[in-house]
Design a protein around this ligand. Structure first.
Ligand code: PEP
Ligand code: MG
Length: 577
């Protein structure tokens, strides 16, 4: 039976394919309430998952007893089989399902947390470590409950693989770069979460904030992801499939027509030159940057070099990555942002320094983290400075709010320069240093930035989050995340005007820069440098070529006087018409 569910459209396009269910983290299983009549079925679902897991362990044991297999493997399987059979895990969750009417995954994780909490108290390290075994066993059962397949689902010739997850971290999503993933859908997430940003950078259709998609979908279900409308269509009939195949072809045609703009010079109808730069996460994104002939790299999110690994990239490894990008751009600007770790961007290797933060988006992230971890910061600064010898590298500092942070960051850059000079290592002595304006305090009190920095880059994703007090990753408040809120627009306009008046180059590198509905608005505010995912560059260029910057300035000045988002929206529709 065909049915549709809706979430937040975060990455445009259409994917038609088979569902591949993944579980990201055991702690992130969905919680839902059952009706009384569904309780017996839920208990039997849990029992079946235990039976599947037991069978899985049994078949692994057969492999483990084959000649040449390590003895530890067999011991480990014995232990896991024993844990699986323990009534604390096998029986207690059933009580929770009955008493609290909660789903099996949730009951199991609750029980696991209770059991493992006691393990932290043990003095004996061997016993303490057994906690991990319990977690692994529970993870197996959860996967069996959620139907996670051992292998990727089979695909037809024209079918993509569609990843369905309760949640995906940016670190999970970046791994899609190496896989053929057609689209993805998550129950959690906001439109400018880094997971969504990575999806757009990969140009794969994605819908987030679905709430309950995962429990409704089985592996191998035929799905359509409509990343433009924010819809997921499950088990579409032939008529709907045909309609979407046509839409998909039309979109592809539109995209391929845009390719003709690659060599066109980006200038408005009244002759104002615009710089269209690219945001990248990893050096391998350079192929996409080249494919659209972007005018530079406006934002290199270096924290992605730190993800999906157990160690830290050292100075040399970082240097190689930055140099690769600097050289590939052959003299065009390359803006390397220092580590913006924290909030939704995590790196395992940095966990040692991680503190429990009640509100990570307001906590020790970005420059705050770097100033608290000078060794990590220093290694990165030296790597960036060294790479500056090989191209037009600029250094960008995220999330500045205080004059003291600018002072400290500049002092550390100076110290890194002194070290390199002493070692006779070459670097660009005049490297430009810029600051991201993404905290309202910075936008309103730009003085220290203007005096000490060479350029500004407006991070609208965070600026919106902090201005409106909306967690950009939280789908529950996603409807309040509004780039067109008058307060947001006035801050952006203020930074552009004040920065340019002081003679600083100002760019926007948040998601607004790559949204064609925002191009005229930003042009009218006076913006001349846009940085976005490579996949958006040609579409934005098309908008630029059709716009008249002079005319837009007057219209946008009127729009900025509006007091309500709705009025802003209405006027913007007219401006864009
Ligand atoms: C922003 O906040 O707009 C930005 C570009 O930085 P990030 O999305 O990486 O936080
Ligand atoms: Mg930011």
């Amino acid at each position: 039976m065909t049915f549709s569910i809706f979430g937040l459209a975060v990455s445009q396009g259409i994917a038609i394919g088979r569902a591949h269910l993944v579980s990201h983290a055991i702690m992130e299983v969905a919680q839902y309430q059952l009706r009384d009549k569904d309780i017996p079925a839920e208990i039997s679902r849990l029992e079946k998952a235990f039976a599947t897991t037991a069978a899985e362990l049994e078949s692994l044991r057969a492999e483990a007893t084959a000649p040449g297999s390590p003895a530890e493997l067999s011991a480990f399987l014995d232990l896991h089989t024993m844990i699986l059979a323990d009534p604390m895990l096998a029986e207690e969750p059933k009580v929770l399902i009955r008493d609290r009417r909660c789903n099996a995954e949730w009951a199991l994780v609750q029980q696991m947390q209770q059991v493992t909490a006691q393990f932290d108290e043990f003095d004996d390290p061997y016993l303490r470590e057994r906690k991990q075994d319990i977690v692994q066993v529970v993870e197996r059962v959860i996967k069996a409950l959620q139907g996670k397949p051992r292998k990727l689902a089979k695909r037809g010739k024209d079918e993509d693989l569609i990843v369905i997850a309760h949640d995906l971290s940016p670190a999970d999503t970046i791994q899609f770069k190496n896989l053929r993933i057609g689209g993805f859908v998550t129950d959690l997430g906001g439109a400018t979460s880094h997971t969504a940003i990575v999806a757009r950078s990969l140009a794969i259709p994605a819908v987030v904030g679905m709430h309950h998609a995962r429990p409704l979908i089985q592996d191998d279900d035929l799905l359509i992801v409509d990343g433009t409308r924010g819809a997921l269509i499950i088990d579409p009939d032939e008529r709907i499939l045909e309609e979407y195949r046509l839409k998909k072809t039309a979109l592809e045609l539109q995209r391929s027509k845009l390719k003709r703009l690659k060599t066109a010079h980006a200038a408005t109808l009244d002759g104002v030159d615009i710089s269209l730069q690219a945001n990248i996460e990893l050096p391998q994104d350079m192929a996409d940057v080249k494919a659209v002939d972007a005018d530079g790299v406006g934002l290199f999110r270096t924290e992605f070099l730190f993800m999906n690994r157990d160690d830290l990239p050292d100075e040399n490894e970082q240097f190689e990555a930055y140099r690769t990008v600097a050289k590939a751009m052959m003299g065009k600007v390359v803006t390397i942002r220092t580590l913006d770790i924290g909030a939704d961007k995590e790196a395992k290797a940095l966990r040692g320094a991680e503190r429990i933060q009640p509100n990570p988006a307001l906590g020790l992230r970005a420059i705050r983290y770097c100033l608290a971890e000078p060794q990590i910061f220093m290694a990165q600064l030296r790597a960036i400075l060294r790479a500056s010898h090989y191209g037009k590298v600029r250094l960008l500092i995220p999330m500045l709010a205080h004059a003291s942070e600018v002072d400290q960051a500049l002092a550390m850059i100076e110290a890194a320069k002194v070290q390199l000079r002493a070692q006779k290592v070459k670097f660009d002595e005049d490297i430009e240093i810029g600051g991201m304006v993404e905290v309202p305090a910075a936008a309103l009190a730009l003085g220290p930035f203007l005096k000490q920095l060479d350029f500004l880059s407006i991070g609208t994703n965070d600026l919106i989050q902090y201005t409106l007090a909306i967690d950009r990753t939280d789908e529950a408040v996603a409807h309040l995340y509004d780039p067109l809120h008058p307060a947001v627009l006035r801050l952006i306009s203020l930074v552009i005007q004040t920065g340019q008046r002081a003679g600083l180059a100002v760019s926007v590198c948040g998601e607004m820069a790559g949204d064609p509905k925002m191009t005229r608005l930003l042009l009218g505010m006076g913006l001349r440098t846009f940085s976005m995912h490579p996949s958006q560059v040609l579409e934005i260029k098309q908008q630029i070529l059709m716009a008249d910057a002079g005319q837009l300035a007057g219209k946008v000045a009127r729009l900025l006087r509006m007091e309500e988002s709705e009025r802003v929206r209405e006027l913007l529709v007219k401006i864009n018409a």
